[in-house]
Design a protein around this ligand. Structure first.
Ligand SMILES: *Cc1c(COP(=O)(O)O)cnc(C)c1O
Length: 452
C-alpha cells in the first residue's frame, strides 16, 4: 500500500441549518488519463497549463447531432460556427464530418477559405461585415445573411459594380417566449421589418433570396423557444411563396443549444437537466413538418450549433502553485490557469477534478488563477481534496469559446494539443512567445534608449 500523505489538521466551524439533499460532496474520481493518455505525461511534454482536445469526442458529437436531426427531417445540413472554436484542426474535423462553415467576420471567412471550404458552403453572419468582406463573400458565392439595412444597400452597390448576383438570406429575430429578447441582430418578425427587407430583396435583380435565418440566443435551456422560432420562419417562407411564387432553399435555425456545462447559480448540474440534442431536434423538426409547406417543398434545414458540439471535447490542464487560508478560514488554491484563458469561468461552474489519486477528506475551496487581479477566480466554491503544490487538476468542458475568446493578458497563451482516434497526441497551436508579441510592436526612435 502507498504511504498515506500527511495533511495538516484543521479546526473548522460546523455549519448547521444548511441542508443539501445531495450532500456536500460531488462524487468524482481523479482524472488521471484523457483518452488513455496520462495527464502527467501531457503536462511533462507540453507544459502547464495546456488545452487538450479529443478528436473522437468531436466526431461522436457531430454524428449524434446529425442522427438526431436526420432521423426526424429529410434534408439537414450542419455548419460549424467558427467563432466557437476556430482552430484549423477543429474546423477541419467538422468539415470532414460534412459540416459547412458559419463565419461572422472577414477574418473567419478567410480562415474558412484557407481551410479549403468552397465559398458556396460558407454562411456569412454577423452585424460587422465591411464592404471589403462583402465583396469577398460575393466573389466567392457565399451565403450572406443580411443583418441590417445598411448591409443590404452595400450588397446592392457591390453586386452592381461586380455585375454579379449575390446569394442572400436575412436574419430574423422574433419573440420566442424567452426574455430579454435577442432583437439586436437581424430584422424583427413581429413589427414588419423582416417583410420590409424581404420585399426589397425580392425586387432587386442583383440578389437571390435563398434562405431565412435566425439565432435566437445562446445556451438556451428551453427547446420550446426553437419551436416558436421555426413556426415563424416557416410562416415567412410560405408567405413569400404565396406572394411572389418564390421558393427559399433553406431555413437556418442557428445555434445556441446548451451544452452540458452548469451555469453559475444553477441548482442542479447541467449534465442532468439541460435539454439534449434530441429535444432541440424534436422541437425544430416537428414545427417545420407541421407548418404549411406543400408536400415535397420542405426547405433544407441548416443548423449552426457551436458549443453543444464542442464543449465536452476539451479539457484545460493546470498545476497547483500554492494553497492558503483566507481570513474567514476558507481554503484557497492558486492554479497556473486563470480566467485569461478560461473566459467561460465567468458564467459556468466548470467541473474540476484532481489529476492524481487523493485522500478522502475534502473541503470547500476557492480556486484562483495566477493573475494579479481580483477577478481571477476559476471557481468561487468547489469541494476538493487537498491539492499540493505541483499537483495537477483537470478542468472539464472547456471546448467552446475559450480558445477563441482567451486574452493575451499578463501571461502568454499556452499550447493546445489534440488526441486523435488512435490516441496519438498532436500539437495544434504552439504557445505564444515574447518574440511573437514583439513582432507587432514598434518603438519610436527617441524612446529606444534610456539611462536608469
Ligand atoms: C455564435 C453563433 C452560433 C453558435 O452559437 P452556439 O451558442 O455556440 O451554439 C451560431 N450562429 C450564429 C449566427 C452565431 O452568432
Amino acid at each position: 500500500m502507498e504511504k498515506q500523505k500527511y495533511e495538516r489538521p484543521l479546526i473548522k466551524k460546523l455549519e448547521s441549518g444548511m441542508p443539501n439533499k445531495f450532500g456536500t460532496r460531488t462524487g468524482y474520481q481523479p482524472t488521471t488519463h484523457i483518452e488513455n493518455v496520462p495527464v502527467k505525461d501531457l503536462i511533462k511534454k507540453y507544459d502547464s497549463p495546456l488545452f487538450v482536445i479529443s478528436e473522437k469526442q468531436i466526431r461522436n458529437n457531430v454524428r449524434k447531432a446529425k442522427q438526431a436531426f436526420e432521423t426526424r427531417y429529410p434534408k439537414v445540413q450542419f455548419a460549424w460556427s467558427y467563432k466557437t472554436n476556430y482552430l484549423d484542426a477543429v474546423c477541419r474535423t467538422f468539415h470532414q464530418e460534412g459540416s459547412w462553415a458559419e463565419v461572422v467576420s472577414g477574418f473567419e471567412f478567410s480562415k474558412a477559405l484557407n481551410n479549403g471550404v468552397n465559398g458556396s458552403k460558407i454562411i456569412f453572419n454577423g452585424p460587422g461585415k465591411s464592404d471589403k468582406d462583402l465583396k469577398m463573400a460575393i466573389e466567392n458565392n457565399a451565403l450572406i445573411h443580411i443583418d441590417h439595412l445598411e448591409e443590404f444597400y452595400s450588397i446592392r452597390q457591390i453586386t452592381e459594380k461586380l455585375n454579379k448576383k449575390a446569394k442572400v438570406a436575412i436574419r430574423v429575430n422574433m419573440d420566442t417566449g424567452i426574455y430579454p429578447m435577442w432583437d439586436r441582430f437581424g430584422f424583427n418578425y413581429e413589427n414588419g421589418q423582416a417583410w420590409d427587407v424581404l420585399n426589397k430583396i425580392i425586387r432587386t435583380d442583383s440578389m437571390e433570396l435563398v434562405g431565412l435565418h435566425t439565432h435566437i440566443g445562446t445556451f438556451m435551456l428551453a427547446a420550446s423557444a426553437y419551436s416558436a422560432a421555426a413556426y415563424k420562419l416557416a410562416d415567412l417562407a410560405v408567405s413569400i411563396r404565396k406572394k411572389y411564387n418564390h421558393e427559399i432553399k433553406y431555413i437556418d435555425m442557428g445555434g445556441g443549444f446548451s451544452s452540458k456545462n452548469t451555469l453559475k447559480g444553477a441548482y442542479l448540474p447541467g449534465q442532468d437537466v439541460n435539454p439534449s440534442i434530441d429535444e432541440f431536434a424534436e422541437a425544430i423538426t416537428s414545427a417545420l413538418i407541421n407548418s404549411n409547406f406543400e408536400k415535397g417543398h420542405l426547405p433544407i434545414l441548416i443548423l449552426e450549433t457551436g458549443r453543444a458540439l464542442i464543449d465536452d471535447t476539451s479539457y484545460l490542464l493546470g498545476t497547483v502553485l500554492s494553497n492558503k487560508r483566507l481570513s474567514d478560514g476558507r481554503r484557497s488554491t492558486i492554479l497556473d490557469a486563470g480566467v485569461n484563458i478560461l473566459f467561460t469561468s465567468f458564467w459556468y461552474d466548470h467541473k474540476i477534478t484532481p489529476a492524481q489519486p487523493f485522500t478522502q477528506y475534502t473541503e470547500d475551496t476557492v480556486l484562483y488563477g495566477p493573475l494579479c487581479m481580483n477577478i481571477d477566480v476559476v471557481r468561487n466554491n468547489v469541494n476538493l481534496p487537498l491539492l499540493n503544490k505541483g499537483e495537477h487538476v483537470v478542468i472539464h468542458n472547456v471546448g467552446a469559446y475559450n480558445m477563441t475568446q482567451w486574452m493575451q493578458f499578463i501571461t502568454l497563451r499556452p499550447r493546445i494539443v489534440m488526441i486523435d482516434e488512435k490516441e496519438q497526441v498532436s500539437l495544434l497551436r504552439e504557445r505564444e512567445t515574447l518574440s511573437n508579441f514583439l513582432e507587432m510592436e514598434s518603438v519610436p526612435e527617441h524612446l529606444k534608449t534610456f539611462d536608469l
